[in-house]
Every structure is written in C-alpha cells, then in structure tokens.
Design a protein around this ligand. Structure first.
Ligand code: HEM
Length: 323
C-alpha cells in the first residue's frame, strides 16, 4: 500500500512527535487525555480530513482522520441522545398526566351489546405484524443508544453482552417483516387516510379528546389517526432507507453518508417511539372499547357511532361487513 506523499508524511511525523513529547512529559492523568488532544491539534494544523493514497480499489481506506466524525459523534452523544431521552421521558409523563386529568375516555352512551366489524383479519394481521416487530425493534434500538448507560450498570457485563448481541440480531432480522407490515398497512389503508375538510373540523374540536361529550364526526380514520398513519409510513421509510444503508455499509455512500444515515436512523427511531407510545396509550388504556378494534376486529356500535359516525353511516348504508 503506497501511503502518504511528502507533505502528509511530515504531518504524520509531526503528529507522532507531538504524541511522543506529550507522552513523555505529561502526568499520568493527562496521558489518558493525550490522544484526543493530539488529534485535535493535528486537525487544527491541517484543517481538514487527513487522507492518503491507497492501491486497493477502496478510496475510503485512505482516510486517516475525518473531522466530521468528531462532529457526528458529538451530535449523537450530545443533542440527539439527551434530547431524545428527555422526549421519551416527557412523553410518558405527559400521557400519565393526561390519564390523571382527563381520565379514560368512556363510551358515553355505554355498551350497546351490538357490534360492527371494524377491521378484517388481513388488516389485523398487518397491524400486529408491524406492532410486534416495532416493539422489539424499538427496545433493541433503545438498548443500542441507552443500554450502556442504563442497563450495563444494573445487569453487569455478561448479561448485558448476551442481551445486546441477541438484540442486534433481532434488530437486523425483524426489520424485514416490519417493512412488510407497514407496506401492507399502507396498501390497505391509504385510501382512508387522505386528509379532507372533515378532518379540519375534527382538529378544530380537538378531536373531542379534551372535553367530555364532544364527538366530532369522522370517517374510518379521524384526523389524528391519519397523522399517525402518515408518521408511521414516512417514519418507517426513513428508518428503512437509513437502516439498510447501515446494514449494508458503503454500498451506496461514503463515510459522511454513513454518519448521516446513522443520525437519521437514531432521530427517526426515537421520534417514532414517542409517537407510538401515544398511539399505544390511546389504543389501550386511554379509550374504552378501542382495543377491540384490533383485538377481535369487532367494536361496540355505540363506540363506533361516537368516534367514527360517518364510517358507521357508510358501512350500514352499504351493508355491514364492508370496510
Ligand atoms: C403494541 C401496542 C399497540 C396497540 C395496543 C395498538 C392498538 C391499535 C388500535 C386499537 C388501533 C385501531 C384504532 C381504531 O379502531 O380506530 C390501531 C390502529 C393503528 N395502529 Fe396500532 N397499536 C399498537 C402498536 C402499533 C405500532 C407499533 C404501530 C406502527 C409502528 C401501529 C400502527 C397503527 C396504525 C397506522 C393504525 C391506524 C391508524 C390509527 O388508528 O392510528 N400500532 N392500533
């Protein structure tokens, strides 16, 4: 491998010299700091990536020092992880506060005892395929980001290593059925998720979530659910593109592209976990009668009339059982 030209050799020698001299005079604590300081000094002197020429057909292996790597790591370890961590904590606190203040959203007219089909088997299959994969992907992804600081001290190195190695495998392989599930949901539901004037009225009334007894009209999906749908579809697309770039490194991009993909993946992942936490809340403990829609596929008629009045009219006009 032919490496550096004369100028670069001088830089390298200079850096090496600085390293040696710092190493020989610095006290023990400063010696631990030394490599970072020297790299900073070298970058300051050079002001850009330190590269050389390599004879193998892989240009990126000629990059010795890449300053963006430092920015990338700082952005990830600083703003992304701290803001992301706080976002997730605040989401859980906000949902708990909402439950405490607003209480569970009840079926105002009580259960009628009659049901109507809300989702067919194929729709529930697509939903639960996506949901089960997402929960495992989300937990294993959060472990990659926060596990070292949160779990390692509690579990110890052996258990943490086992969990993380298994989590990484699960994270890679479950990405495929997850993408399949989202694609299936997109195909099945896209026509019900186009925004219209009815949604604007639904938003104007706060979806009826804030006040008891308010039930703005909605079709199969209301404005809030349409937002969830599009966040899931677009979020999954961002996660899939960036994730497959990470899974198959350097096929379509260079080092800077890999760093960008990693940031996009981390940010989109954390945002989506926050969104889905809210979704899980409203689809389970937050609203009486909602879970049945994805559980048995049958919902109480009174629930349906209160939350999806236009959809009920539409289904009954066309004969029950149609979507
Ligand atoms: C794991 C716990 C989950 C529960 C309990 C849950 C519950 C539900 C329920 C009850 C519905 C139907 C709402 C209705 O009838 O109007 C629904 C719809 C939906 N779910 Fe989930 N879900 C979960 C996870 C997920 C995940 C992880 C995703 C995607 C990553 C997801 C995406 C969707 C979408 C796009 C819809 C249609 C739009 C909407 O209702 O917001 N769900 N879910």
């Amino acid at each position: 491998m032919r490496l550096f030209n004369i100028k670069r050799t001088i830089w390298a020698a200079l850096a090496f010299g600085i390293m040696l001299s710092l190493g020989s005079v610095a006290p023990a604590s400063a010696q631990q700091q030394a490599p970072a300081d020297e790299a900073a000094l070298l970058l300051q002197l050079k002001g850009g990536p330190v590269t050389g020429r390599v004879s193998i057909p892989d240009a990126k292996s000629g990059v010795l020092i890449q300053p963006q790597g430092r920015d990338w790591r700082q952005t990830l370890e600083g703003p992304v992880k701290s803001a992301g961590g706080w976002l997730l904590v605040l989401t859980v606190v906000a949902l708990a506060a909402f439950l405490a203040i607003r209480g569970r959203i009840k079926i105002e007219h009580g259960m009628s005892g009659r049901t109507i089909e809300r989702f067919k088997g194929i729709e529930r299959f697509a939903h639960w395929l996506t949901a089960i994969c997402f929960v495992i992907l989300g937990l294993s992804g959060l472990n990659i980001s926060f596990g070292r600081s949160l779990l390692l001290p509690v579990m110890g190195p052996e258990a943490f290593t086992g969990l993380t190695a298994f989590g990484k495998l699960a994270h890679n392989f479950l990405s495929f059925p997850f993408v399949l599930g989202v694609l299936l949901m997109a195909v099945l539901w896209i026509r019900h998720n186009i925004f219209n004037a009815i949604d604007m009225e639904w938003f104007r009334q706060g979806g009826g979530l804030l006040q008891k007894g308010v039930h703005p009209p909605a079709g199969k999906f209301n404005g809030g659910q349409k937002i969830i749908f599009w966040l899931v579809v677009l979020g999954a697309a961002a996660l899939a593109v960036s994730g497959y770039m990470l899974m198959f490194p350097f096929y379509v991009t260079d080092i800077a592209g890999m760093q960008l993909a990693q940031l996009v993946h981390a940010i989109a992942g954390i945002l989506m976990v926050a969104v889905i936490l809210a979704h899980i809340y409203i689809g389970s403990i937050g609203m009486e009668g909602a879970f049945d829609a994805m559980g048995s596929g049958q919902v109480d008629v009174n629930w349906a009339r209160e939350h999806h009045s236009l959809w009920v009219k539409d289904v009954t006009a066309r004969g029950a059982g149609d979507d």
